[in-house]
Design a protein around this ligand. Structure first.
Ligand SMILES: Nc1ncnc2c1ncn2[C@@H]1O[C@H](COP(=O)(O)OP(=O)(O)O)[C@@H](O)[C@H]1O
Ligand code: SF4
Ligand SMILES: [Mg+2]
Length: 307
C-alpha cells in the first residue's frame, strides 16, 4: 500500500521558563492511502503538537529533537519554509477544532476559499462552488461573512477549504469538539463520505475513544507524549493498562489532570498511574510492533488478543 505519512522516531521538546520539557517521545507510525487513523488521548498529551509537527507549524518555543516525517515520501523536516508552504493545502491540510478562530471576521467565505485554492484560476469559481456544495453548503455563502454562519457551517467551510485541492493527507484535530452532538455526527458523516470518494490518508484526532473505534481503520492511544498502543477496532482488543482504563469507563473520556503528569523518560510513561506497575516497569519500555501494524508499549501485555 502507498504510504502517505510516515513518522520515524519523532521527539519534540518545548522551552518552559529556562527548562526544556518533552512534548512528544519516540513517535513511530505511518498512514496509508484511504486509511483513517484515529489518535486518542486526553488533553495535554501532545495530539495537537503531533499534528502541527506534521504541518511544520509548531510554535517557536517547540523544537524537534530528533526524528523524521515523510509526507508522500518527502522529508518534511528537511524542507525550507517556501517548499513546505507549497505542500500545505495541496498535499496535506488540517482542519482545526475551532473554525471561528481561523476564519477572519472581516473577510467573506469566498475570500477565504480563494486563499486556500491552489489550482487553475480559470476553474477557481466553479471549483469553489462545487467544494461548497460537496460539504452541504449553498453557493451564495461565498458572499457570507463567518458570523453569518453557524458553528457547524463554519466547520463545513473549513472542510471545503481543506479539501479543495484534493490533498493526499488530511489531518482533523478534534474537528467536532466545539459542536453539539447532532452537528458532530453530521460532520463525521461528511468526512466519511469525502474519504470514501477521494481516499486520502486521514489522521483524525479526538479524545473520544468510542468515536475513534467506530470510525477508524486503526486507532492509536497516546499518553504523556508517547503512543502506548495501536490497535484495529473490531479486530484486535486493546490491551495496554491505559487503554483498558479508557475502555473500562464505557469508552468515556477519563480525565487525569494535566498537572499530575510528570516526565521521566527512563521509566514507562504510564508508570505513575498504572494499576499493574512494579519494579520491572522502572525502565525504558520499547514499542513492540506486530505484523498487522498494531503494537503496544508495555512489558506485561503482549500480543493483542482477538476481539
Ligand atoms: N502554544 C503553546 N505554548 C506552550 N505550550 C504549549 C502550547 N501548546 C501546547 N502546549 C503544551 O504542550 C503540551 C502538549 O499540548 P497539545 O499538543 O496541545 O496537547 P493536546 O492536543 O493533546 O491537548 C501540553 O503540555 C501543553 O500545555
Ligand atoms: S510497563 Fe508496567 S507500568 Fe507500564 S503500562 Fe505496562 S504494566 Fe503498567
Ligand atoms: Mg489539542
Amino acid at each position: 500500500m502507498e504510504k502517505i505519512l510516515e513518522i520515524k522516531n519523532l521527539s519534540v521538546i518545548r522551552k518552559q521558563k529556562e527548562k526544556f520539557v518533552p512534548v512528544l517521545n519516540d513517535i513511530n507510525f505511518s498512514i496509508e492511502k484511504d486509511e483513517l487513523f484515529c489518535l486518542v488521548g486526553e488533553s495535554g498529551c501532545g495530539k495537537t503538537s503531533l499534528a502541527l509537527s506534521i504541518m511544520k507549524l509548531l510554535p517557536k518555543s517547540f523544537t524537534v529533537k530528533s526524528g523524521e516525517i515523510f509526507v508522500n515520501g518527502k522529508n518534511i523536516l528537511a524542507m525550507d519554509e517556501q517548499s513546505i508552504r507549497s505542500m500545505r493545502g495541496r498535499e496535506m491540510s488540517i482542519i482545526f477544532q475551532d473554525p471561528g478562530a481561523y476564519l477572519d471576521p472581516l473577510f467573506t467565505i469566498g475570500v477565504h476559499m480563494k486563499e486556500a485554492f491552489h489550482g487553475d484560476t480559470k476553474q477557481q469559481q466553479v471549483l469553489m462552488t462545487s467544494a461548497l456544495k460537496e460539504v452541504g453548503l449553498e453557493p451564495y455563502m461565498l458572499h457570507s461573512y463567518p458570523h453569518q454562519l453557524s458553528g457547524g457551517q463554519q466547520q463545513r467551510v473549513m472542510i471545503a477549504m481543506a479539501l479543495i485541492n484534493k490533498p493526499s493527507l488530511v489531518i482533523a484535530d478534534e474537528p467536532t469538539t466545539a459542536l453539539d452532538i447532532l452537528t458532530t455526527y453530521q460532520i463525521i458523516n461528511l468526512l466519511d463520505t469525502i474519504r470514501k470518494k477521494y481516499h486520502p490518508g486521514m489522521l483524525f484526532i479526538t479524545h473520544d475513544l468510542k468515536l475513534a473505534t467506530k470510525i477508524g481503520t486503526r486507532t492509536g492511544i497516546m499518553y504523556n507524549g508517547y503512543i502506548v498502543e495501536i490497535f484495529i477496532p473490531g479486530k484486535t482488543r486493546p490491551a495496554h493498562p491505559y487503554s483498558s482504563i479508557l475502555m473500562g469507563t464505557e469508552y468515556k473520556y477519563s480525565r487525569i489532570s494535566e498537572a499530575t503528569l510528570s516526565w521521566q523518560s527512563d521509566i514507562c510513561p504510564f508508570f505513575e498511574k498504572c494499576p499493574e506497575r512494579d519494579s520491572e516497569c522502572e525502565k525504558q519500555i520499547a514499542f513492540t510492533w506486530y505484523q498487522d501494524m498494531t503494537g503496544i508499549r508495555c512489558i506485561k501485555h503482549g500480543r493483542n488478543s482477538q476481539v
